[in-house]
Design a protein around this ligand. Structure first.
Ligand SMILES: *Cc1c(COP(=O)(O)O)cnc(C)c1O
Length: 382
């Protein structure tokens, strides 16, 4: 059977780029200084201020930032880092880059982030750090996580890639751990095309990350003097110029996203068989994606039907990190190891959601979702 023609196609995500971004990138392009220049300094200063941190180091991706954060803490072969498997793969791969072992604990079904009640059972004499992921724009329970980390003498790296400007008990994401990492891929709340940022309040870690980002050069920045093993994780001035404007606009993006969430809640609330995202009272959410949950039995059919009707939607995070083939092979993980994460990965549907989404697009998504879900429910009960 061929599907009926879609009356509208709504993309899953789209960046918001305006004239100010174009002007800034043009200025950087015409300045003839295309790397290591004033735009980068402005970008780092603006982002550090927005994130409520003393220091920020730009990097060419969130993944590069996570790698440097792990290295800066001296984590290496034989060490363990506690994290959660309901995430994008980079948050665990960063341990593998350094020969360290990611030790997973399951997540909480409400917030999708690391369950603090499960952390202490995972701590061993080899544990060096905890790496909580602020999933989809809502912070993990950082009060509990920081308390456990302090009691056990562990470092904390926040994967804040999906949660810029989110807060937990009034404290900004990226300002609580020893180091935090943000990412600016085009589907994130703000984008530089490719890019990322490390934030910290620790001057030593700041200097180390800055040096490792730039081939291990020392503070003197002497051209061929290298103090340590480093990488080229720098961004260009074009990227930094884009980042300056997007950082300025970040509060506007988040405000727009919160308004859209309100519209989704009004349109979708009370729909049988559909669970909307929950925000804990101690958290302010900054909405990377809009994630709803349906019965696992219907989920894949619903995704297919939504996409056929022009509503671009996706499963997230399926499969969970521990069930990716090379994790299974290297560590022997199996289905059932982290049941909450696995259940979420079978139930979640990411709906179209981006700062410049129109009300018309949102209502088309909501109406189509309700209709298709009802049709699938009728089919399974018939
Ligand atoms: C986006 C993201 C990253 C980093 O992604 P890059 O594509 O390397 O910038 C890391 N962790 C999480 C949870 C992410 O969502």
């Amino acid at each position: 059977m061929t599907p009926p023609p879609a009356t509208m196609t709504v993309p899953l995500s789209r960046p918001s780029i305006g004239q100010a971004e174009i002007d800034a990138v043009m200025q950087a392009l015409q300045s003839s200084q295309l790397s290591i220049g004033p735009w980068n300094e402005r970008f780092e200063a603006a982002f550090a201020e927005a994130a409520g941190c003393r220091y920020a180091v730009s990097v060419n991706s969130g993944t590069s930032g996570l790698h440097l954060a792990v290295r800066a803490l001296g984590i290496g072969p034989g060490d363990e880092v506690i994290t959660s498997p309901f995430s994008f793969i980079a948050s665990a791969n960063c341990m593998l880059f350094e020969g360290a072992k990611p030790v997973f604990v399951d997540v909480e079904a409400e917030s999708f982030s690391m369950d603090p009640a499960k952390i202490e059972a995972a701590i061993t004499p080899r544990t060096k750090a905890i790496l909580p992921v602020h999933v989809f724009g809502q912070m993990a329970d950082m009060t509990a996580i920081m308390d456990i980390a302090r009691r056990h003498g562990l470092a904390v790296i926040e994967d804040a890639c999906e949660a810029p400007l989110a807060t937990h008990r009034g404290q900004l994401s990226g300002s609580m751990g020893d180091l935090a990492v943000f990412a600016f891929y085009p589907n994130k709340q703000m984008t530089t095309g490719e890019g990322g940022m490390i934030t910290t309040n620790n001057e030593y870690l700041y200097r180390l990350c800055k040096s490792m980002r730039n081939q291990g050069r020392g503070d003197s920045l002497q051209w061929l003097s290298h103090d340590r093993l480093g990488y080229n994780y720098r961004i260009s001035e074009l990227t930094a110029a884009l980042g300056v404007v997007q950082t300025q606009r970040l509060p506007e993006f988040i405000e727009k996203r919160r308004r859209l969430v309100g519209l989704y809640e009004a349109a979708l609330g009370g729909t049988p068989g559909l669970q909307l995202p929950q925000v804990r009272k101690e958290n302010e959410h900054t909405w990377f994606v809009y994630a709803v949950r349906v019965s696992a039995a219907l989920r894949d059919a619903l995704l297919e039907a939504l996409n056929q009707h022009g509503v671009q939607s996706k499963a997230y995070f399926y499969p969970c990190i521990h069930l990716q083939t090379f994790y299974r092979e290297q560590f022997g993980f199996r289905e059932g190891d982290f049941p909450v994460s696995e259940q979420l990965s079978h139930e979640i549907v990411i709906l179209p959601f981006f700062s410049d989404m129109s009300d018309e697009q949102l209502y088309y998504v909501a109406d189509t979702l309700k209709r298709l879900l009802r049709e699938l429910q009728d089919q399974t009960t018939a």
